[in-house]
Design a protein around this ligand. Sequence first.
Ligand SMILES: Nc1ncnc2c1ncn2[C@@H]1O[C@H](COP(=O)(O)OP(=O)(O)OP(=O)(O)O)[C@@H](O)[C@H]1O
Length: 338
Amino acid sequence: MIATESLSKRFPRVTALDRLSMDIGPGVTGLVGANGAGKSTLIKILLGLSPATEGRASVLGLDVATSGGEIRERVGYMPEHDCLPPDVSATEFVVHMARMSGLPPTAARERTADTLRHVGLYEERYRPIGGYSTGMKQRVKLAQALVHDPQLVFLDEPTNGLDPVGRDEMLGLIRRVHTDFGISVLVTSHLLGELERTCDHVVVVDGGKLLRSSSTTDFTQTTTTLAVEVTDTDAHPDGTRALRDALQGRGIDTEAGGELPGAGHTILLTAEGEETYDLVRDLVADLDIGLVRMEQRRHHIAEVFKEEPRQEPVSERAAAWAATAATAATAQQEGGER
Ligand SMILES: Nc1ncnc2c1ncn2[C@@H]1O[C@H](COP(=O)(O)OP(=O)(O)OP(=O)(O)O)[C@@H](O)[C@H]1O
């Protein structure tokens, strides 16, 4: 779908992209990097809106240097910044964008109604955009990117400014753009953690350079750590402690799940094999406490960056960013697990 070869973009004072080579196939792909990593610059080059300084790129098999117009006919674009006219309604604006993409008037109106419904805007679509919440504005921007039924969409930081619920809703919508309509997606974010549930593939850039490009499952392989959660009973008012003691008695080291509220009820231990699962099951049965869950933990994308030493040196900025993202991802995960 997208290929770049030694793609560079230099501004007088900064190199925004530095010999970036990558291949992106169909599906939902996350482009992750700290602010200033070069994500928006890459999207503008891929749309043929800004020329590269060096190297080559193609989108849907079309050369960005010569076929920008054709690419923009077949690709939708949701820009990062607020760019919506405040005085017109979502319907008027999206119909206008559909007409600009070449749809005849009736088709433009029909597609607009369908697309706005799909992104979750109903009666409010007749009100001026100026009175919309950030979440509603993001939905209008998504709708105008989809209205001409593109093969591929570029979504630049679509979760920016949204609260956690709004972010989850937007990520769900993005996933459905692919599953319901078969449209491939390139979505950017400066948060590593939020893309692992949405994307099939993740590309990480820092300082305009490619850090890693892998499928999400490669990033989030299962670990050998088992997370176990049990209930308390009258006989064992602290069921977690009782199980930890029993495991320790069998020579198995454990640690608490974390410092977040509630995470202390999770016990983490290393699974040597099937026998560890059996032992936990038997000890829980002997203690006559309830087993809430026993699952193998998966890596989070951010943990991969925290733990894996890479061959290429990572800039201090990237390391700091990965550490922040790891904390955020872990908090999100622990919150979701409780
Ligand atoms: N037109 C421009 N002129 C000069 N420098 C630019 C221009 N556009 C971008 N840059 C610089 O290029 C670098 C990459 O910017 P870019 O907007 O692509 O990053 P980004 O990853 O999209 O981050 P953000 O989400 O903060 O926009 C930054 O240092 C930015 O200041």
